[in-house]
Ligand binder design. Sequence first.
Ligand code: PMP
Length: 425
Amino acid sequence: MIDYDGCFSSAARTMQASAIRKMGGLGGRVPDLISFAPGFPAPELFAWEEFRDVAQSVLSGSDPSVLQYGSTRGYRPLVEALAQILSERGIAATPEEILVTTGSQQALDLTARVFIDPGSVVLVELPTYTGGITAFNNAQATLVGVGQDSDGIDLEDLDRVTARERAAGRRIAFLYVVPNFQNPTGVLVSLEKRQRLLEWAARRNVLIIEDDPYGALYFDDVAAAADTRPIKADDRDGRVVYLSSFSKTVAPGFRVAWVAAPAAITAKLEVAKQSADLCTGGLDQRIVYEVWKRGVLTARLPKLRSHYQEQRTVMTRALRRELGNLVSWPEPKGGFFLWAAFPERVNTDALLTRALARAVVYVAGSAFYVDGRSSNLARLAFSAPSAARIEEGVRRLAGAVREELDVSTSSVFAAPGAPGRPASP
Ligand code: PMP
């Protein structure tokens, strides 16, 4: 027998699988499972007909470059379209500053490769996106958490942590933030705080990685396009590396996303991408480009916004109805996620077993924390299930929460002094 563990690099041995991806495998094993776990877009909103039309014309055979290797930088008409999309978001970027990536997940991986040395500090929010955690961990970063307020990252804590890490002689590679409808909390960072973040970055001389897959999906009952203005739009010094993606607005199956960064950084990311995949799929890039050029994306955005807004409302109403004041959350103003807080004695890692027994699943809050904490928090994605499934899923989840509370209450009464479940710190 070969000892394969001995074959792996030390980096590979410490690689962590995404907690959310692992849960993806449950679908086939639990009959009638309702999943609030993955942040999948609603498939009925994909522009199937337009994709078919575009694919047919792109695959007519008249342009052999469609199925040929393409440039690492990206399909040039798409890169130019991205410059226009960015300018509509307030970001002035030339094609030299733009790189097409195979999903934003690749952009996170490339970012990790070009900025992180083993042991470099990456500052992340508590909580933060799991895909960021895995990408930065895989490059052997030391992930250091910064607290959050109701409008995103806590700037005082950020400055305190920065000073502490620098005083300890550690190199800070960058700060990673998701200012628009953060994954997992759904929180929107205020415009004032964005300005102060830029001031902090200049004062402390730190790069910011701004990850923005959800900015276009604001709910117009609580937020407007102006509230989602990227930090990058006001980045006069060239400190912000901006990531965005077509995954949530066109379809994630195309794996088309992009980076906008100062030209020197983009060039370095491009070199890193050469060894990752040579280029993003040319067919995918052309389909996304054509869909954009024909105005399909722009025309559909209002529909996507109102759909996800309605899904959010269905979920919040169901939670209120089923759990009353046993659950609270920051109101999602856009995006795909609701960050639910149950009573402190409910540990959402433990609750998963009960939830699964009732065929409903979510992502426990612990997946999003780099400080190893377990808590009473859970990420519920309202994006993919139908309204009826959201209602039924919340009913099942509420049953699991009530059962957990009954059990923990009765065990406290039955055995005075018995240790309770760990609460959120
Ligand atoms: N960043 C964030 C914050 C995300 O939520 C996601 C998708 N869940 C990604 C990056 C990756 O998206 P993609 O690779 O599909 O562009």
